[in-house]
Design a binder for this molecule. Structure first.
Ligand SMILES: [Zn+2]
Length: 264
C-alpha cells in the first residue's frame, strides 16, 4: 500500500488558570515544519500545556507539504456532502472540512477488531507519575464512549501495537504533545502515535488534569478530528474545557458516518 506523504504541523499551548473554578486550557498554535518521509509520513499535531494566562494568546498556523486528497467519485462525493450538510447541526464538521481542504480522514470501522494501544510507563523519566498512564488511557476511553465505531485495547507489546503513546521530559518547542498519523491513498488512517511531555518547556511539571486534557485533545486528532474555534470543545485551538463536549462527540460520530476522502 502506498502512502501519500502528507505533512502538517501545528504547535499549541494549553494554558491553565490558577483559579480552580475558572481552570481552563488553551492551545496556542504556531508554524512548525513537519516534512516526513517514508511509510510513516503523516500528520503531526502538537500542543502545549502551560500555566498562566499569558499563554492564552497565539495564532494558528499549519503547513501541508503534500497530500492531494483522493476524490470520492462525483456522485458519491455529493451524496456525502449532502449528508454532512444535513447532519451538521451541533457539530463543527464544517470547520474540520475547511481545515482539510474538504477532505476527511478516519480509521476504518474497528469496533469488532479493536485498535491496539501501547502506553509507555517511563518510570525513570523525571516528573513521571504513575497516574499519567491511566489519565492517557482514559482519554482513549472517553473517545470510545463518544459513539464512534472504534475500540481501543491496551497491549504490553509495543512492537505489534497500532498506536503508541510515549512520553518525553519536555519538547524543545513550546509544546507538550504531538500526534502523528499516516493515511493511505483513500484517506483511511492506518497508523498513529502520540507523544506527551512531562514538563513544559520552562521546566514546570504537568499535573494529571493537564495530562488528561492534552491527551483528550491529541486522541481527538488521532481519531481524525481537526480544530474548532468554539472554545467549549476539547478540539478548540484554545481549549478551555477538560472533557469532551457534545459537539466533540457529535462531530466524531458524523465523521464516522461517511467514507473518508474529498467530499466536494
Ligand atoms: Zn490540536
Amino acid at each position: 500500500m502506498s502512502l501519500r506523504r502528507f505533512a502538517r504541523a501545528t504547535m499549541g499551548a494549553l494554558a491553565f488558570f490558577s483559579a480552580a473554578v475558572a481552570a481552563g486550557l488553551a492551545a496556542r498554535h504556531g508554524p512548525q515544519a513537519a516534512e516526513l518521509t517514508g511509510p510513516r509520513a503523516g500528520r503531526i499535531e502538537a500542543g502545549d500545556v502551560a500555566r498562566g494566562a499569558g499563554e492564552l494568546t497565539g495564532v494558528a498556523a499549519e503547513m501541508e507539504a503534500s497530500g492531494e486528497a483522493a476524490p470520492l467519485d462525483a456522485r458519491r462525493g455529493s451524496d456525502v456532502r449532502r449528508k454532512l450538510d444535513h447532519d451538521s447541526r451541533g457539530t463543527y464538521i464544517d470547520e474540520v472540512l475547511r481545515g482539510r481542504d474538504s477532505s476527511l480522514a478516519r480509521w476504518p470501522d474497528r469496533s469488532a477488531r479493536p485498535l491496539t494501544v501501547w502506553v509507555q510507563t517511563p518510570a525513570s523519566l523525571p516528573g513521571w507519575q504513575d497516574g499519567f498512564a491511566n489519565r492517557a488511557r482514559d482519554a482513549f476511553g472517553q473517545w470510545e464512549l463518544s459513539g464512534v465505531p472504534l475500540r481501543f485495547t491496551f497491549v504490553a507489546d509495543s512492537a505489534s501495537a497500532d498506536v503508541h503513546l510515549t512520553w518525553v521530559d519536555r519538547f524543545d518547542e513550546p509544546i507538550s504533545g504531538k500526534t502523528l498519523w499516516a493515511r493511505d491513498d483513500r484517506w483511511w488512517i492506518v497508523s498513529a502515535d502520540i507523544v506527551l511531555a512531562l514538563h513544559h518547556r520552562d521546566g514546570s511539571p504537568l499535573d494529571q488534569s493537564a495530562m488528561h486534557a492534552i491527551a483528550l485533545h491529541e486522541v481527538g486528532h488521532l481519531v481524525g478530528l481537526d480544530h474548532t474555534r468554539d472554545g467549549s470543545n476539547i478540539m478548540a485551538p484554545r481549549v478551555r474545557v477538560r472533557e469532551l463536549s457534545a459537539a466533540d462527540r457529535a462531530t466524531a460520530r458524523l465523521l464516522y458516518s461517511v467514507p473518508p476522502g474529498r467530499v466536494r
